[in-house]
Design a protein around this ligand. Structure first.
Ligand code: AMP
Length: 444
């Protein structure tokens, strides 16, 4: 199959050729004809599968071929993204795909001054990429009108809900024209996403290019058990031993990012960090320098790193496991992209055993453990497997308390059902109203 057989016009074919895209990826092969046919989409695609081109390329074609010219302060297509970095990245891709078309594109997000964005919107923009909060601000300040909107894309919809954007999405939903095309993309599908889809989509075509909640199989994954306090030391040891050149590292908290970056810099290692407390410009600069290989180790929180596309990233390290198991799939999706192979190493301490178990259950695999010499943990990480069970070592029976009432110890026991991840199942889209579409109540 070629892009030409999918019915794309010449300016787009030329742009894809310039970018070196030879054959459509599976998600593109399914999404492109459906979007061109005007269908609503609900697409589950693994990270790094080429989903951005899957929606952006046919969208550009529709905008180039159909619909009136954009008017002042209007947009004809809106792509909503959960984070500023992702908005920048999606916009950069859209602009590349649009290089031979007379269409305008722009990205708006918070954390930077709103005035230049308002100025830019004055003439109208064909495709606007936006984070939900800033979009609403611009709308409320009358800098943006949505009555010309033909297509709405929700990118990484699951993450938008995880980040607490459901109220913003409900507000945006009220601002949209009823007649429009809606494309919903999400790496993972929870029941909340299905509810959102049921509300926002009209007779959607479901696309699922790979089993749901399964990490890219081009990524070699393994776990190194270690005591929590020795994680920084182990990281440096592995880095030196493996002669790591470019690594994206995930830490759980902003403080965790800062502490690891300080430690690495203190050792003369070229490291930088990105998290939500840092100004947008600083985050972007760190990312650009990492992409240009001017920074060797980039340490990030999940929010800051979501959706980042770094070409040929060989290695992702989970310094901490993510609290939400689905984030594991997004994290390791930063490597092994577009058919390349990659490696994902997780440093896991005993406290994180339930997270490990949840990840194994979600990805339906037992992660290989590798014990690093001289770093064997004092606090053993209990055995886990893909069934979601955490097998605890037998405990010594305690002496019963005289007064009774304490928990009885049953010796060898298996703890199950602790994991908060439900076995995923593919369910039909339900049409259940999520949003209150009635008139908005004014605050007194
Ligand atoms: P995405 O999943 O949209 O973030 O894309 C992941 C990476 O794959 C990006 O670097 C894209 O430029 C690249 N890519 C997307 N589609 C293709 C294709 N058909 N052929 C080669 N590379 C692609």
């Amino acid at each position: 199959m070629t892009f030409a057989t999918l019915g794309l016009i010449e300016p787009l074919l030329r742009a894809l050729e310039t970018l070196g895209y030879q054959t459509p990826t599976p998600v593109q092969a399914q999404a492109i004809p459906a979007v061109l046919a005007g269908r609503d989409l609900m697409a589950a695609a693994q990270t790094g599968t080429g989903k951005t081109a899957g929606f952006a390329v046919p969208l550009l074609q529709l905008l180039a071929m159909e619909g009136p010219k954009v008017t002042a302060n209007s947009v004809r297509a809106l792509i909503l993204c959960p984070t500023r970095e992702l908005a920048e990245q999606v916009h950069a891709s859209v602009a590349e795909y649009a290089q031979n078309l007379p269409l305008s594109t722009y990205a708006v997000y918070g954390g930077v001054s709103i005035n230049p964005q308002m100025m830019k919107l004055r003439k109208g923009v064909d495709i606007l990429v936006a984070t939900p909060g800033r979009l609403i601000d611009l709308f409320r300040q009358n800098a943006l009108k949505l009555n010309q909107l033909q297509t709405l894309v929700l990118d990484e919809a699951d993450r938008m809900l995880d980040l607490g954007f459901s109220e913003e999405l409900a507000n945006i939903y009220r601002m949209l024209p009823k007649k429009r095309q809606t494309l919903l993309f999400s790496a993972t599908f929870s029941d909340d996403i299905r509810l959102l889809a049921g509300q926002m989509l009209n007779d959607p075509l479901s696309i699922e290019v790979s089993p749901r909640n399964v990490a890219a199989n081009t990524v070699k994954q393994w776990v190194v058990p270690v005591d929590k306090k020795r994680k920084p030391e182990l990281f440096v040891h592995l880095m030196r031993k493996g002669k790591w050149k470019q690594v994206l590292v995930f830490a759980k908290t902003r403080n965790g990012v800062d502490a690891l970056v300080d430690k690495l810099q203190g050792l003369g290692i070229n490291a930088d960090g990105i998290h939500g407390d840092k100004p947008q410009a600083t985050r972007q600069r760190a990312l650009d320098r990492f992409k240009a290989s001017d920074v060797q180790i980039l340490v990030a929180t999940d929010v800051a790193a979501r959706g980042l596309d770094i070409e040929d990233l060989p290695l992702v390290v989970n310094f901490d496991l993510p609290i939400v198991a689905e984030d594991y799939i997004h994290r390791i999706g930063r490597t092994g992209r577009a058919g390349n192979t990659g490696e994902a190493i997780s440093l896991v301490c005993a406290d994180e055993v339930n997270m490990l178990s949840a990840i194994e259950m979600l990805t339906r695999q037992t992660l290989t453990r590798h014990m690093e010499q001289d770093f064997e943990p004092e606090h053993r990480v209990p055995d886990t497997d893909a069934s979601g069970q955490v097998v605890k070592k037998p405990k010594k029976p305690k002496k019963p308390k005289a007064s009774g009432g304490g928990k009885r110890n049953l010796g060898k026991w298996v703890e199950s059902g602790e994991v908060a991840v439900a076995e995923p199942s593919i369910k039909p889209v339900r049409k259940v109203p999520v949003f209150n579409t009635g008139p908005r109540k004014r605050k007194p």
